[in-house]
Design a protein around this ligand. Structure first.
Ligand SMILES: Cc1ncc(COP(=O)(O)O)c(C=O)c1O
Length: 414
């Protein structure tokens, strides 16, 4: 990226995407050219096809191992967006076509892939309950259970929220759902790099994205429960690759890259988690010391994400002042629009404050000196910006935050 005014660039947007680990990139490079494994894995019976099929199989095992899953249940996709669409649309359309129910439970804080797929299902006649988080960002397990109906066919929740880092207790939810016929889908795009997951807890469908854990973009996976086999309606039709659930020639280099990245995650997941937890805490404390900083998502969080609102600043002006630091103003997926984040709104954060919110997300190569430098640059930028706003002067003279920003969102449940 372009360094600004002699300052070294610092990337703190790992929740948006991560760089490919050099070992994964090297493995991918070996699957492209004539001297590498470039064959079509569906071309059984000749050496080129067999070599490619062998590499795809081992990548499938590597990815399955992330969630202690049966490799036979792994369906390759183009990323978590496609995995989520296949899971949500596939399960509910299959059930509705057979008159087995049409009710879905999800949350207002989900990724837009889930929310948009649910909106599509509503147009097709499904009923969707959107759970509201508490002001701490968490969705209580009891709220999920209270929303269950006899005709509920799908519960779809994310493991880690991509904007706030707030965790959902997947294991506990799965245990409670065990007695209900509804299928449980978990969007694990943000958690796979740090948190151990086991589909044996009772997770029927799991969405993964390679580029969130140091693999390439454009590839992901959907785990679909294999025993007993869960049936879905495919989104696409064509060849019989991926058991007919996702036809099309497999992109061997992408799958190999994702597989290698998954294997690296398994080797270092716990160490990465504890190291990043320490760094994120350092960042959080340093920001809180700056005064007028609100942490969004006070519930238990993943180690790499910190979302904060800065009182008395205009978000876009602060973002400009922080040029050279890779940060996300709101979520990367919605940063093209200047509307307040749907996640923060659902948590009851007023629009004015939500628009001055930033997500810091740390990664494998973030160092303590990066955190300290970001803190210093934020402190300077805040002091500069706040000199210009009356909101800051009002805050300093004791006006409560609710009066400064109003309570226009106010939808959160307690
Ligand atoms: C929680 C979550 N789900 C789904 C996605 C979509 O993933 P992909 O970019 O692989 O389509 C993202 C990416 O922003 C995410 O953070």
């Amino acid at each position: 990226m372009k360094p600004s005014a002699g300052r070294r660039p610092i990337y703190m947007d790992h929740a948006a995407t991560t760089p490919v680990d050099p070992l994964a990139a090297q493995a991918m490079a070996g699957c492209l050219t004539a001297d590498g494994v470039f064959g079509n894995p569906a071309s059984a019976g000749h050496a080129w096809g067999d070599a490619a099929a062998f590499r795809v199989d081992s990548a499938r095992r590597q990815v399955a191992a992330l969630a202690n899953a049966d490799p036979a249940g792994v369906i390759w996709t183009s990323g978590a967006t496609e995995s989520i669409n296949l899971a949500v649309l596939g399960v509910v359309r299959f059930a509705m076509a057979r008159g087995r129910g049409r009710h879905v439970i999800t949350a207002r804080t989900e990724h837009s892939a889930t929310l948009a797929a649910c909106a599509q299902l509503e147009r097709e006649g499904a009923r969707v309950t959107y759970l509201v988080p508490g002001t701490d960002g968490a969705i209580p397990v009891q709220a999920v259970l209270d929303a269950l109906r006899d005709d509920t066919v799908l519960v779809s929740l994310m493991h880690v929220n991509n904007e706030t880092g707030v965790l959902h207790p997947v294991r506990e939810t799965a245990a409670h759902l065990a007695e209900h016929p509804a299928v449980f889908h978990v969007d694990a795009a943000q958690s796979a790099a740090f948190l151990s997951l086991d589909v044996g807890w009772g997770v029927d469908l799991l969405s993964l994205s390679s580029h969130k854990f140091y693999g390439p973009k454009g590839v992901g996976a959907l785990y679909v429960r294999h025993r007993p086999r869960l049936r879905l309606q495919p989104l696409m039709f064509g060849g019989d690759q991926e058991q007919g659930m996702r036809p099309g020639t497999l992109a061997v280099h992408q799958l190999v890259g994702m597989g290698e990245a998954a294997a690296l995650v398994l080797q270092r997941r716990d160490a990465d988690r504890w190291r990043l937890d320490g760094l994120t805490r350092r960042l959080e404390q340093g920001l809180l010391d700056l005064e007028g900083v609100v942490i969004n998502g006070r519930a238990e969080r993943a180690p790499h994400i910190l979302n904060v609102s800065f009182i008395g600043v205009h978000g876009e002006s602060l973002a400009l002042a922080l040029e050279g630091i890779g940060l996300s103003l709101g979520s990367a997926c919605t940063s093209a629009s200047a509307t307040a984040s749907h996640v923060l709104r659902a948590m009851g954060v007023a629009d004015g404050l939500a628009l001055a919110s930033f997500r810091f997300s740390l990664g494998r190569w973030t160092r303590e000196e990066d955190v300290d430098e970001v803190l210093a640059r934020v402190a300077t930028a805040l002091a500069e910006q706040r000199r210009r706003t009356t909101v800051w002067a009002d805050y300093r003279s004791g006006t409560p935050v609710a009066d400064l920003y109003g309570t226009d969102a106010g939808e959160a449940a307690g």
